[in-house]
Design a protein around this ligand. Structure first.
Ligand SMILES: NC(=O)c1ccc[n+]([C@@H]2O[C@H](COP(=O)([O-])OP(=O)(O)OC[C@H]3O[C@@H](n4cnc5c(N)ncnc54)[C@H](OP(=O)(O)O)[C@@H]3O)[C@@H](O)[C@H]2O)c1
Length: 353
């Protein structure tokens, strides 16, 4: 299995990440068909006769070897950052559709050279590759509300939904897919920077996937193709790594407040510990990175924590308990606890202090 379009030597953290993905059996070579000249490949593409209703239209066409003519629907966090990143990568955005005039204008200012519409329909008349960067719940209704013209491809950026949600928009000679960047889009410039070296899960038929892999490469990212049926687990892990981690940070800050720290104080004190733990996990593996009372079988410390949380931060208790149960299982798996100590730790956890 070779990486999609080898780019000379890929060293450092990027190289390590790609190697880890390769070892894990993730498809790093999603492009089995040659990309070129827009979603439908060479002009004069074949139509899919299994889809009876051709839907021809003189929308814009790129020349072979040129980037596709791209339109983005949704000038929110993802749409805007992708627009900026692709434009900087040499794939300009021909059109944007956003119902909000302020977001529309901001997109135009940041991306430049883009026609802006309030609706998706006029955008469809202009472009070949349509990127739906709208909330998950809006994707299916939007796909039902439009019909693609032959030669066009429609993709969404959701990690939770498969490409099939877009099928109602299909006509003969059209394609649907998805392009999910594993990035937390909290701020445009930070997200554009984070796209460099990020992983992007792509779906679609081979020809579209080849194009999406090239699109990922343009923004400095690596395209991966997940095994069928695994996208929900992959996305749940991403949600734990981003939103779940923020929830954990919030609980840490709440406990820090009890100790007299404000939010920045808590981040200053516990941040280095978090970074150190992540570094240990990377260097030693997750199980070996576990430290703390559960690894030592310190039942008294666990009981003291549970009692303190019950008094000062009862809403943090469920999170602490869930994490402690997982830590005990990890320590047990490491072979550092006797079954008797494991039983006492679990007993303390089950008790209501
Ligand atoms: N945020 C992340 O970190 C992240 C990471 C990876 C993937 N994603 C995925 O990317 C997609 C977009 O997420 P986001 O964070 O960019 O969302 P967002 O910031 O809320 O932006 C969504 C955009 O879609 C437009 N929109 C909302 N409802 C719409 C509707 N019913 N019809 C048409 N347009 C609608 C919004 O309004 P206007 O039309 O008024 O502008 C806005 O411009 C989602 O599928 C999400 O799961 C997000």
């Amino acid at each position: 299995m070779k990486a999609w379009r080898e780019r000379g030597s890929v060293g450092g953290r990027d190289g390590e990440r790609r190697e880890a993905l390769r070892v894990a059996g993730v498809d790093l070579d999603p492009a089995r068909a040659q990309p070129g000249g827009g979603p439908s490949g060479e002009r004069g593409h074949e139509h899919d006769d299994s889809r009876p209703h051709d839907h021809a239209h003189p929308h814009g066409h790129s020349e072979p070897g040129e980037p596709p003519i791209i339109g983005i629907v949704g000038a929110g966090a993802v749409g805007t950052a992708l627009g900026v990143a692709l434009t900087r990568g040499g794939w300009p955005i021909a059109a944007v559709a956003s119902r909000d005039p302020v977001r529309r204008e901001r997109f135009r200012e940041l991306v430049g050279g883009t026609r802006a519409f309030a609706e998706i329909t006029p955008l469809l008349d202009e472009v070949e590759l349509i990127v739906l960067a709208v909330p998950d719940d809006a994707i299916a209704p939007l796909a039902r509300s439009v019909r693609l013209y032959s030669g066009q491809a429609l993709i969404h950026t959701s990690g939770a939904l498969g490409a099939e949600v877009l099928e109602p928009a299909m006509a003969a000679g059209t394609q649907v897919g998805s392009f999910h960047p594993l990035v937390a889009f909290a701020d445009t410039e930070r997200a554009v920077a984070a796209l460099h070296g990020a992983t992007i899960a792509v779906e679609g038929d081979d020809q579209l996937v080849a194009l999406l892999a090239e699109m990922a490469e343009r923004i400095g990212a690596t395209a991966v193709r997940l095994a069928p049926g695994t996208k929900a687990a992959y996305h749940a892990a991403a949600v734990l790594a981003a939103g779940g981690f923020v929830a954990l940070l919030d609980a840490i800050a709440e406990l820090g407040r009890i100790a007299g720290l404000d939010e920045s104080g808590a981040l200053a004190i516990y941040g280095p510990l978090i970074e150190q733990t992540l570094g240990n996990a990377r260097a030693l593996g997750i199980r070996a990175a576990l430290t703390g009372p559960m690894t030592r079988g310190d039942v008294g410390t666990l009981e003291a924590h549970l009692a303190a949380l019950a008094v000062h931060a009862p809403d943090v208790l469920p999170l602490y308990r869930a994490a402690a149960a997982r830590e005990i299982a990890l320590a047990e798996g490491r072979g550092v606890l006797t079954p008797e100590v494991v039983g006492r730790l679990l007993g303390a956890l089950a008790k209501n202090p």
